[in-house]
Design a protein around this ligand. Sequence first.
Ligand SMILES: [Zn+2]
Length: 159
Amino acid sequence: MTKIFRALSLALAVAITIPATTSASWPVQSRTSYASQYYHSGHRALDIAATRGTGVVPLGSGTVVFAGWRNNCGGYQVWVRHSSGRYSAYYHLSGETTYSGEYVTGGSERIGYVGSTGCASGAHVHVEVWTGYPWRTGSYRVNPWNYVDSGYWLPTRYR
Ligand SMILES: [Zn+2]
C-alpha cells in the first residue's frame, strides 16, 4: 500500500514539473518580417515588423477570448487561450479576421492583419505571452522569444 502510494506521488511530481509548452510558431505570414524589439523590463513583448496588411497567425492553436478594439494603446487586438493555460495576445492590427469563441490553428489560421492601430509608430505586431488571463491581477507576461522556434513562416535567420 505504502509502495503504491509512493509510486503515485512520484508520477504526480514528474507530471507537474514538465513545462506546459516549449514550442510556438512564428506569428506573421512573411519570411521577411523581423523582430524589431525584443522583450525587456520596459517592453514585456516581442515586436515583429512587417508590411501593413501582412497576415497574423497565432503562436499555437487555441480559442479566441477577445477580438476587437480596446483603448489600451493596443488598437485592434486578438487574445488566444492555449491548452497549456497560457494566453497569447496580438496588438496594433489593422483589423481582425476572427471572433471571440473561435478555435484557431497555430501557425496557419489568419486572425488579423499587421497594422499600426493604437499607440504604434509603424506597422508591426506586438506579441505578448501571458501566464494567466491577460491583464488580470496575478497574471504576468513571459518572453515570447523563448517559445517562437517553428512554423512555416519562421524567417531563415531565426531557424
Ligand atoms: Zn511592442
